[in-house]
Write a protein that binds this ligand. Structure first.
Ligand SMILES: Cc1cc2nc3c(=O)[nH]c(=O)nc-3n(C[C@H](O)[C@H](O)[C@H](O)COP(=O)(O)O)c2cc1C
Length: 358
């Protein structure tokens, strides 16, 4: 067993939040593998005027406060999404609030946007950019925006974080799909969403009058067909430039085995794969392949990653599988995905996006 595998096995003996804190601490000290190999050119993709050397990203929630972008990108990710970041610092829900369901290769969390707030994140992102961070071929950083739990004015909150962080973001995400902030998912309703998008777009063009980063919306896997159609209409109107599909689910599949399956919160990992991929496929169809989609939910192998691409994902993200398989999973997925594309005769990743619909 190599050192990182051993570290992973030890970390899984600790409670999940302690393990996570230690992991971030270790990453900050350089205790992490650095992937030296250049990405296979088949995996390169260009979206929103930005070059992704590979399509695999780290999903939001791992680096909530923008503490470890450099070391995380060095693990081999093509991009890292930091956040969710709220205007003011907040503590989140009482602990324990993160639970491993090892038998199901899943996690349930109800953290509820704990973090240091936008000023702290802005200072870290600014320092990172000033040090020559992403955007210089070293990988890209997206910023996931949220609202404070006690804020009555959602559009104002999203706009405040967007205005503060747009200068440092390769893309921005309006997160209206976490299950752990009361009322948040209701913001996926068409009128509510349009108000937020308008406020965020206004704040971004004020902060960066010439050229702001693209704006994405992250959606839940638990939407009705009517909600899906509304969100597709907003995306097709050109108000947002992409969708992230999906966040965690409030559903509890009947075959979950982990003893924590009764805990409240959002379920991620293997049990989320089928439903999040089905919604990805629906949204690809509803947006007629015209809107770039980021596929996330239960990716734990190259086969899973390839299935998301064929269902309509231009980019991919993961989080939970990293908890169980460690950072060796990242090069394994990239290698396997490139192999699958070659085997099926695709000259580029982009050619394979949505292949199952043709
Ligand atoms: C512990 C934990 C915290 C998360 N926090 C956030 C968050 O702050 N914002 C967000 O948009 N998604 C958050 N997510 C959801 C992930 O970004 C992702 O959408 C979801 O876990 C599905 O991917 P996975 O099955 O690969 O984990 C979190 C997930 C986990 C497991």
């Amino acid at each position: 067993m190599d050192g990182f595998r051993l570290a992973g096995a030890l970390l899984r003996c600790l409670n999940p939040e302690t393990a996570h804190r230690l992991t971030l601490w270790g990453l900050g000290r350089g205790w992490a593998p650095v992937v030296q190999a250049a990405d296979d050119s088949l995996l390169h993709t260009r979206l929103w005027g930005r070059d992704f050397s590979n399509p695999l990203g780290l999903a939001a929630g791992f680096d909530k406060d923008a503490r470890a972008m450099g070391p995380l990108l060095a693990l081999g990710f093509g991009f890292v999404e930091v956040g969710t970041i709220t205007p003011r610092p907040q503590a989140g829900n009482p602990r324990p609030r993160v639970f491993r369901l090892a038998e199901d290769a899943a996690v349930i969390n109800r953290i509820g946007f704990a973090g240091g707030g936008m000023d702290m994140a802005a200072a870290r992102l600014r320092a990172w950019r000033d040090a020559g961070g992403p955007g210089l071929g070293g990988g890209l950083v997206g910023v996931n925006l949220g609202k404070n739990r006690d804020s009555p004015d959602a559009p104002a909150d999203y706009a405040a974080v967007a205005g503060a962080l747009a200068p440092y973001a390769d893309y921005l995400v309006i997160n209206v799909s976490s299950p752990n902030t009361p009322g948040l998912r209701a913001l996926q309703d068409r009128r509510a969403l349009e108000r937020i998008v308008e406020a965020v777009a206004g704040a971004v063009s004020k902060a960066l009058p010439r050229r702001g980063p693209p704006l994405l919306v992250k959606i839940a896997p638990d939407l009705t067909a009517a909600d899906q159609a509304d969100i597709a209409a907003v995306a097709l109107s050109g108000a947002v430039q992409g969708l992230i599909i999906s966040n965690t689910t409030v559903a509890r599949p009947a075959d979950l085995r982990g003893r924590h399956r009764v805990q409240a919160g959002g379920l991620s990992g293997r049990p989320l794969f089928a439903s999040s991929t089905a919604v990805l496929s629906d949204m690809y169809r509803l947006t007629r392949g015209k809107v770039p989609l980021i596929g996330v939910g239960g990716i734990a192998s190259a086969t899973d990653a390839y299935a998301k691409v064929r269902a309509g994902a231009s980019l991919l993200q993961l989080y939970t599988a990293l908890v169980y398989q460690g950072p060796a999973l990242i090069p394994a997925i990239k290698d396997g995905l490139a192999q699958a594309l070659r085997r099926d005769g695709f000259a580029t990743l982009t050619d394979a996006v949505g292949a199952d619909h043709r």
